[in-house]
Design a protein around this ligand. Structure first.
Ligand SMILES: *Cc1c(COP(=O)(O)O)cnc(C)c1O
Length: 388
């Protein structure tokens, strides 16, 4: 399906991701939001997202201009009533952003912080819920992009169901590849992006939510532009936005969702990302690199590696060396110091990953890095010369 991956597919980062030529082409026209074609495209995109989340019949998809952080903030503003209280889980940079938002907005909240290298335990959530009986909502990140850790939303959904709490999920890095059944999990609102696993352009976020729950949120938001209830009223009623819509990003998202369907939906995309991840991690391990996470906890969207224990290693030089060879690796935003990340989501294939690791090997050879294993591990210097 991805026969149109262009030579410019070079972003090895979890956002913005490389997009296909088909998606790029579809954005090369100017349109007004009120044209019938634009209204139809937005309607189809919303319907497809609701279908992907298994929220048909009771769910609705709300587009919101901005990156996904805007939608996370809009969800907290819109869904937490004034008398509500949020339990926020974090085990990485994106969970930390949710906590920062609550602080900035003065949202009554409690934080549960767990280590970045393993999934949180049910007992950790139970303890926080037991100590704070006034909690009404729980919010967590599904795939924590700063490490690649897949958090157990099913386990937390069961707890929320048993204890009568509403669940809000940041699925920005997982939706469109990892399966998320909103109906089965009883998720009230799910935050996603047009970018990331959907492989559209950045600049447009979405919230899929329970329509009836949203109706009860009128007046909660204390914000005009981030009021999801208000945005939904207009989008659902007229097919237009309240304010100037990002028309090119809407067309890009529409084309990306068409491509997603044609590729075979989320299952096919997950297969491709798994293949990318296996190739990346496999080739890197052959060189001597080690991953931060045990494989069973890792989501195939990004891989985190320990930095090599070699005096010649320097992330900045590696970054620029890779950029000179046409690949952009992730600059920073880490869950654990002394690590670096390479993304494998976006319009990329196994071949892209092999080319990237070959380039990395050249860059490290130029830097005279010989020891790729992390500090404290056995000497693997010979692996720098091993055939791949
Ligand atoms: C990318 C991402 C976001 C949103 O980040 P933006 O910089 O606003 O695009 C939020 N949560 C997760 C898990 C992400 O991967």
């Amino acid at each position: 399906m991805l026969n149109d991956i262009s030579q410019s597919s070079r972003l090895l980062i979890p956002g913005p991701v490389s997009i296909s030529d088909t998606v790029r082409q579809f954005m090369l026209e100017d349109h007004s939001a009120g044209e019938p074609g634009m209204i139809a495209a937005l309607r189809e995109a919303r319907n497809y997202l609701v279908e992907l989340g298994n929220a048909r019949g009771w769910g609705t998809a709300i587009p919101l201009p901005g990156s996904a952080t805007y939608a996370n903030e809009a969800v907290i503003r819109t869904f937490i009533p004034r008398e509500g209280k949020l339990l926020v889980h974090t085990n990485g940079a994106y969970g930390d952003w949710l906590v920062t938002m609550c602080r900035r907005m003065d949202t009554p909240h409690v934080v549960i912080s767990t280590p970045p290298t393993r999934p949180p335990l049910a007992s950790e959530f139970c303890e926080a819920l037991a100590f704070n009986s006034d909690i009404t909502h729980v919010m967590m990140v599904h795939v924590e992009t700063s490490s690649g850790l897949a958090n157990p939303i099913g386990m937390v959904a069961d707890l929320c169901d048993a204890q009568g709490k509403e669940l809000l999920v940041d699925a920005v890095a997982s939706f469109g590849a990892l399966p998320i059944d909103m109906k089965e999990l009883g998720i009230q609102a799910l935050v996603i992006s047009s970018n990331k696993c959907i492989e559209g352009p950045p600049g447009l976020a979405w919230v899929i939510c329970d329509r009836a729950a949203l109706e009860r949120c009128a007046g909660n938001a204390k914000s005009l532009s981030l009021d999801l209830w208000d945005q939904h009223q207009t989008v659902d009623g007229t097919g237009c936005f309240r304010f100037t819509p990002p028309t090119h990003a809407i067309r890009g998202a529409y084309a990306a969702l068409q491509t997603h369907r044609e590729e075979g939906g989320s299952a096919a995309r997950l297969r491709r990302y798994h293949a990318n991840w296996r190739r990346l991690v496999g080739d890197m391990r052959k060189l001597g690199f080690e991953t931060l996470l045990a494989d069973e906890h890792a989501a195939p969207i990004v891989a985190t590696f320990y930095e090599p224990d070699d005096e010649h290693y320097d992330f900045g030089r590696m970054y620029h060396g890779m950029a000179a060879r046409g690949f952009i690796v992730v600059p920073g935003r880490l869950a654990v110091p002394g690590t670096f990340r390479i993304g494998c989501m976006g319009a990329l294939t196994e071949q892209s990953m092999s080319s990237a690791v070959r380039a990395l090997r050249e860059v490290l050879a130029d830097m005279k890095v010989r020891r790729f294993a992390p500090r404290g591990r056995g000497c693997r210097s010979e692996s720098a010369m091993a055939p791949m």
